[in-house]
Design a protein around this ligand. Structure first.
Ligand code: 5CA
Ligand code: ZN
Length: 405
């Protein structure tokens, strides 16, 4: 599929700082160590509704990862999927009387527009599951020693996966609870273990299905990302990303699939997860309907202010959105713009060093904002006569934080 247009990223002077990042599977912050080309896969949307602030928060976190790597001189090979066929999408299409493909296309297009407005760097490959159904079926065929059938459906047997549980570190009890909560089918008769997961769903009447080496059907959710990551990035890529709701079962299952397919462990060197954004005390989710849409906010607000709302929270924290945060972000943006439009200001090399250092420390965006706030305050108070400083601040805010001033 088409990705979205890339914003310009200014080159910055001086020394970059290597990125350290929290790895869920190691349960600690570690140094990333990419080669000349850093490889990242981030789980994309299921396009049955518009992009909400929770989604944007997740894509922004990984946008920062890409920006810090680029600042360090790496090429960034970034791949993302769109789950353009899945139960929730089909259900929504049914309820609203819209064709499921038209619904997916419409919401993916809106997502692209939102991402572009927020200056999120686009993936090199943006892949819809419907584009790779046959490849997914071929991968499932190759996984035969690890799979079994229930009726015509195919399951992955967790008993064959020696590393199952290592990504999340969750107990058996936690895994069972989350599996049931997040679309699993622990109680289906014929399964060997409640946690075995569906790889291939044979055709059901009235549901879309594709011809494949496995017969007619469609992929289960957890296998698509394994296939798309393997095909575009190869095993052992640097970062697999998404929100914390994907730690289990999605990334846990994907890691075991990748291990089975390639013999390589880990499938991704880092599993990194962004916190959940809530509204009115509950996690924003399409199923609950408590959503703040990026496209709606864009009607009345500068996308750079929306971006600053997200940057004001550490990516790993869970937080609740309130409209006051947008007002505060607009005030901050106005202040930064006024300061950056001055003819001179305090020297900004230290600001650049601090922003680099804060972001490299597990993406401490709030710390980075504080450094620019401080410079803007001093500049607006009339301090400093460095005529190159305003341009340097504009460039560093743009390149590292994606905020165009
Ligand atoms: N298509 C799958 C991934 S392959 C999926 O989870 N789609 S999604 O539309 O439900 O979510 C897209 C991304 O946004 C995922 O990375 C998910 O973890 C993240 N996300 C969803 N809800 C929130 C939220 N409330 N706060 C933060 N991130 C969220
Ligand atoms: Zn995924």
């Amino acid at each position: 599929m088409r990705s979205w247009p890339a914003p310009n990223v200014p080159k910055l002077p001086g020394q970059s700082v290597p990125l350290r990042l929290y790895d869920t599977s190691a349960r600690q912050v570690r140094g990333t160590d990419p080669g000349p080309t850093a490889r990242m896969y981030v789980c994309g949307i299921t396009p049955y509704d518009a992009t909400h602030l929770g989604h944007a928060n997740t894509y922004l976190a990984f946008d920062l990862v890409g920006r810090v790597w680029r600042d360090g001189g790496h090429e960034v090979h970034y791949t993302q999927n769109a789950t353009d066929v899945d139960d929730p999408l089909l259900e929504r299409a049914q309820q609203t009387g819209i064709d499921w493909q038209a619904l997916a296309e419409r919401e993916i297009e809106l997502f692209r527009t939102d991402m572009e407005a927020l200056r999120i760097l686009p993936p090199r490959e943006y892949v819809g599951v419907t584009e790779v159904v046959v490849q997914v079926a071929e991968l499932i065929e190759r996984l035969a020693p690890y799979t079994y059938q229930v009726d015509d459906d195919i399951y992955f047997s967790r008993a064959t996966a020696p590393k199952f549980g290592e990504v999340s570190g969750y107990s058996e009890k936690e895994m069972l609870e989350l599996f049931a909560e997040r679309g699993g089918d622990p109680d289906r008769p014929g399964k060997r273990d409640p946690l075995d997961w569906l790889l291939w769903r044979a055709e059901r009447p009235g549901e879309p299905a594709w011809d494949s080496p496995l017969g007619r059907g469609r992929p289960g959710w957890h296998i698509e990302c394994t296939q798309i990551a393997l095909d575009n990035l190869g095993a052992g890529f640097d970062v697999a990303g998404g929100g914390t709701d994907l730690i289990f079962p999605h990334h846990e299952c994907g890691a075991s699939e990748g291990h089975a397919a390639t013999g390589e462990w880990p499938f991704a060197r880092f599993y990194t997860h962004a916190g959940m954004v809530a509204l009115d005390g509950e996690k924003m989710s399409k199923s609950k309907g408590n959503l703040v849409f990026v496209s709606k906010l864009r009607d009345a607000h500068d996308p750079m202010a929306i971006r600053l709302v997200l940057l004001a929270h550490h990516y790993r924290s869970d937080w609740e959105y309130t409209p006051g945060q947008l007002a505060a972000a607009e005030a901050r943006l106005a202040r930064w713009r006024s300061a950056a439009a001055l003819e001179s200001g305090p020297a900004a090399e230290d600001v650049l060093a601090t922003v680099r250092e804060r972001l490299a420390d597990d993406l401490d965006a709030p710390g980075a904002l504080a450094a620019i706030d401080d410079w803007a305050d001093r500049a607006l108070a009339g301090g400093g006569s460095d005529t190159t400083a305003p341009a340097l601040v504009r460039d560093l805010a743009d390149a590292l934080l994606g905020v165009a001033l």
